[in-house]
Every structure is written in C-alpha cells, then in structure tokens.
Design a protein around this ligand. Structure first.
Ligand code: MF3
Ligand code: CO
Ligand code: CO
Length: 258
C-alpha cells in the first residue's frame, strides 16, 4: 500500500477521530495521580471511548495487544501494558490513546508527571514536547520527512539526549499504521516529499541515556537498555498547502498558536 492522499470527506472524519482521541487525554487528566493503577486508567478510557464517544479503542486486540491504551512509565519507551501496578509520586508516564470513529483513526499521546518529579525528568519531558513541536513546524506541502526528523534529532541531541530508532511515526487513516514511516531523525531535504492531504503522526521517543531499547518477554513493553528515563509525545497531523493542522490538539495547547 502506498501513501494515500485523503479526500475532503476523509479529512472531516479524521478531524472527528483526532478530536475524540484528544478528548480522552483531557478527560483522563484528573485521574492520573499517585495511587491509581494503570489498569484503572485503562478501564476509564475504555468505557469513555465505547460508551460516551461510541468509538473503538484501537489498541485492544491490535496484533494481540491486550488493553485499550498504552501506559509507558519511566524507563518504558512505548507500548507499556496497563497492569495492577500503581503510579507513584515522581513517576513520568506516557499515555497513548488511539480511537477509531467512523472507520478512521486518531492517535495521540502525552506525558503526565505524578506529583513532584525530579528536575532531570522534568527537563526530559519539556525537551521531548519541544522536539515534537519543532518536527510538526516543519510540515507543509513540499517539505520532506528528512526535514521533520532532522528538526527533532537536532533538538534532542543538542540537549545531550538520544532519539529512539526502533519505533517511528506513521501514516494514518482507515488503518492504524500506514505508509510512510516517519523517522524522528534524518537529514534536511531527504526522504519523501510531503503533499497536501497526507496525514501522519509525529511521535518522538527521547532517552536521557543511550538510544537502544529492548522489548520485554511480554512481546510489547519496550524499555531503554540502559534503564534511563524515556519520554514521548504524539500528534496526528494533516499536511496542508501552507503548513499543517494538528488533528489531536488539546485545549491546554491552543495558546501556543495564538
Ligand atoms: N499508539 C501507538 C502508536 O502511536 C501504537 C500502539 S500499538 C499497540 O503508533 F498495539 F500497542 F496498541
Ligand atoms: Co502512532
Ligand atoms: Co500512539
């Protein structure tokens, strides 16, 4: 399957799916506190997506994934499986939400800090969010995926962090993961040229230590090999003739664009 250019009606459906995914993260905020288990967060999201949004949690049974959301704590890079483990003060956790509405996917994640977290954790979270935004700001018809990857890599590495290579962003639409692969490193003016109507995710994973990851015996949980902290943010992005539209923007982010 090649890269699809979405039609106007497909873009409308992607806007709705994106908004629902963003709404889940906003709804969840007050629950993400010390003492709650990631299984409890999974159930809150599952029930909200199914009962209130009348949508489908895309991760559930996706290639055998057992839960409705991914919860990746501290040294977990991505694809953490919700469990009966409680969040505790000082943890940083990525919560990744993907919903299917009217056959189309919206995919987004953010970091939550549990109570007071260390200065070095806070700095990692801030730089990772900035790196995602710097990547997003490269997006417009005529720019390349290398431009996006380079902006992210530059920001991470100039802050002495490393960019995970084993996972990447992706095209998205009727399928959860479509072409192209969106690498979070690269060189300007290389790779695929973006065209208006493409929809991709940008979802850098940044480590304090080395870039290497390993997947645990559960077949999903990816952790840093050196057990250093890792952070990730993700948005679903429409390429427009002059720039981009963030389909998963949350209210708390709107002031960035005023
Ligand atoms: N939401 C992840 C992504 O951003 C994919 C999760 S796949 C799952 O692409 F099976 F773990 F849910
Ligand atoms: Co994604
Ligand atoms: Co995701």
């Amino acid at each position: 399957m090649s890269i699809t250019i979405k039609s106007a009606s497909e873009i409308e459906k992607m806007r709705m799916a994106g908004k629902l995914a963003a709404d889940v993260l906003e709804m969840l905020e007050p629950y993400v506190v010390a003492g709650i288990t990631t299984d409890e967060l999974d159930k809150i999201c599952h029930d909200y997506i199914v009962d209130i949004q009348q949508a489908i949690p895309a991760p559930l049974n996706y290639h055998g994934f057992p839960k409705s959301i991914c919860t990746s704590i501290n040294q977990t890079v991505c694809h953490g499986i919700p469990s009966d483990k409680k969040l505790k003060q000082g943890d940083i956790v990525n919560i990744d939400i993907t919903v299917i509405k009217d056959d189309y996917h919206g995919d987004t994640s953010k970091m939550f800090c549990i109570g007071e977290v260390s200065q070095h954790a806070k700095r990692l979270v801030k730089i990772t969010e900035e790196a995602m935004y710097l990547g997003i700001e490269q997006v417009k018809a005529g720019a390349t995926l290398g431009d996006v990857g380079h902006a992210i890599q530059q920001h991470a590495e100039s802050n002495r962090y490393s960019v995970v290579r084993d996972f990447c962003g992706h095209g998205i639409g009727k399928n959860f993961h479509e072409e192209p692969q969106v690498l979070h490193y690269g060189k300007p003016n290389t790779g695929i040229t973006l065209e208006a109507g493409m929809i991709i995710t940008i979802e850098p994973m940044i480590n304090i230590g080395k870039k290497d990851v390993k997947v645990l015996a559960d077949g999903w949980t990816a952790v840093t090999k050196d057990r250093s902290l890792s952070a990730q943010f993700e948005h679903t992005i429409l390429v427009t003739p002059t720039g981009y539209e963030i389909l998963t923007l949350r209210t708390e982010e709107q002031s960035r664009f005023e």
